[in-house]
Write a protein that binds this ligand. Structure first.
Ligand code: CAA
Length: 258
């Protein structure tokens, strides 16, 4: 692939968006390659993904403005769908995805980070949805996910005003879980991923689905989603091993994803 690298370190997969000449901006090729990279993740082995950007300045500086500049209405809508489809795939990816935001996360960059389960960032990170300054709306989920994460008032202030925020403010409003010096960001992301990967994988996947799917429906339906996913864990090897280890006062030998 030209713009995406993928490496697996044991149970942790790392996807890096690598298009340095445009601060890792998302053009159609990047989106297509990201889609393929997700398809290629070995879900038997990998239990948590990290998404980051190459370099020390930018996570993703948005959708590619050059590519968008000549689009017609219909092409604009299709480009929005292209981004939304990939980001939705990321959001519903069976295993947790951590965004390690290492610099600018603007427009599509902020939006892709919000499609991940958890965001952590470096001290130089900048988040924002600058689209209205370019004459467009956020188009890869920003009008939907930002309000869900930070609340409607704050999201509208950021989006209507095209106001970028620094890492500290992103932390304060709950857009990121933690802020680290740049050199500590990837070690922290890997540590968090390893913590997740140590737990029973079927249970972790079911938690992701229960939280994500439950948030889309009312509480009566949400608890039914939970009940089904809770029940689905029983009779698995990992449920038996996890509970046996507790009852026998020993450590879990291994969760085997079955
Ligand atoms: N698209 C295309 N190219 C981009 C880009 C983008 N989103 N962001 C940066 N680049 C390119 C620049 O054009 C520049 O290329 P050249 O060297 O060939 O001129 C290169 O990356 C380096 O950028 P700068 O020289 O601008 O770097 P800087 O440090 O001065 O500024 C920045 C960094 C503040 C991030 C600035 O590049 C910037 O404002 N970028 C655009 C951010 C933006 O508006 N993103 C939203 C895009 S719209 C969107 O994402 C829509 C959607 O929801 C789907």
């Amino acid at each position: 692939m030209e713009f995406i690298t993928y490496e697996a370190e044991g149970q942790i997969g790392i996807i890096t968006i690598n298009r340095p000449k445009a601060l890792n901006a998302l053009n159609s090729t990047v989106l297509e390659e990201l889609d393929k990279a997700l398809d290629a993740v070995d879900l038997q082995t990998v239990r948590c993904l990290i998404l980051t950007g190459a370099g020390e300045k930018s996570f993703v500086a948005g959708a590619d403005i050059g590519e968008m500049s000549t689009l017609t209405k219909a092409e604009g809508e299709a480009f929005g769908k292209k981004g939304n489809d990939v980001f939705r795939k990321l959001e519903t990816f069976p295993i947790p995805v951590i965004a390690a935001v290492n610099g600018f996360a603007l427009g599509g960059g902020c939006e892709i980070s919000m499609s991940c389960d958890i965001r952590i960032c470096s001290e130089n990170a900048v988040f924002g949805q600058p689209e209205v300054g370019l004459g467009i709306t956020p188009g890869f989920g920003g009008t939907q996910r930002l309000a869900r994460i930070v609340g409607t008032g704050k999201a509208k202030e950021m989006i209507y005003g095209a106001r970028n925020i620094k890492a500290e403010e992103a932390y304060r409003i709950g857009l990121v879980n933690n802020v680290y010096p740049l050199e500590e960001l990837m070690p922290a992301a890997k540590k968090l991923a390893a913590t997740i990967a140590r737990n029973a994988p079927i249970a972790v996947r079911n938690c992701k689905r229960a939280i994500n799917e439950g948030l889309q429906v009312d509480m009566d339906q949400a608890v039914v989603i939970e009940e089904k996913l809770f029940g689905n864990c029983f009779e698995t090897y990992d449920q038996k091993e996890g509970m046996a280890a507790f009852l026998e006062k020993r450590k879990v030998e291994a969760f085997l994803n079955k």
